[in-house]
Design a protein around this ligand. Sequence first.
Ligand code: ASP
Ligand code: MG
Length: 407
Amino acid sequence: MSIIVQKYGGTSVATTERIQAVADRIVRTREAGHDVVVVVSAMGDTTDELLRMAHEIADRPEPRELDMLLTAGERIAMSLLAIAVCARGCRAASYTGSQAGIITDTHHGAAKIIEIRPKRIIESLETGNVVIVAGFQGLSTSYDITTLGRGGSDTTAVALAAALDAEVCEIYTDVDGVFTADPRVVPEARKLDRITYEEMLELAAAGAKVLQSRSVEYARRHDVRVHVRSSFHDGPGTWVVKEEEMEVGMEAPLISGVALDVTEAKITFDEVPDRPGIAAKLFRAVADQGVNVDMIVQNVSHEGRTDMSFTVPRDDVVKIKAALDDIAHEVGAVRFSVDEDIAKVSLVGAGMKSHPGVAADMFEAIAAEGINIEMISTSPIRVSCVVRAADGERAARAIHRKFGLQG
Ligand code: ASP
Ligand code: MG
């Protein structure tokens, strides 16, 4: 029998009514003759609530205990859902990540899945159960409970789909699929029927919140077919596919979408000495705090000194402030500043590899709005610009219009 993996996000199981609607859908899928493995997130804002409580008690809660705490959210959702499915006369059993054989490394709060031992799940399916697995968690190689990072249930679902060789991994959410832009920012945004893994990865990294980046990487590596769709109706959503599949019978679209990210901060070091080893020192100091750097811009030097700017997640600024003070002193930078008032707007499309002028069109759209670009970075299929935070939404709408993405 073919296996379908279905993942339901926090909003899809936010209340007992929603949980029952999800149970109805699961039973329908089962009745259509599929084996069903379900992955659930915690109900609504449970994870945020649990985090808030921990931080009320301590500034830096022990990572091990935080993981133990957060995984409780998914446990509540999975057992309630199993109860709901059973109440419909359909057999179901729920399992924690650990019980489901999800083995991770020991990195609390952002553990990586290193192996899946699906024996127990397969046996449970064979006895006729719908299998319900708690998302976002696993058991580390040193037998502690770990979590996979925020939004990690997507990765649980994709990893299980790969391990079980499932026909499809369906990601149910509160939107209809992947859009050309966030409809709250760009009202004329349009749902995409398909998008490539690469584009989805770039969009996720550029701030689109539909799928956790790591889940897309996992899906690409293991060839998992992913269908992002609404939990509120049966209409088709967006398929995440290989580039080859994109071109079957149609020309790949030039641009897939525009993303806006308002979660980063810009850090600028003024007048650092321009000599070998300075960038290495600076970014090593940031990396040692476990912080990811996104964009980096170094200016042309004048009189042996140069300015250097980079962006990091705004929430991580506090973590690196002390290290930045030290490093500014050590490398002899004149000063450094933190600017939290920025937005990053990105344009993503596999077609830009073979189309000159995409960046120029994007910059023209921004210029026509009288908006200044402060930083630029690119990949083969993405162009990103940093602008003032207050200009971000207007820039996103202008770019969306310029490329005719409303369809
Ligand atoms: N509940 C976790 C979170 O809120 C995992 C998830 O939703 O995927 O990040
Ligand atoms: Mg969640």
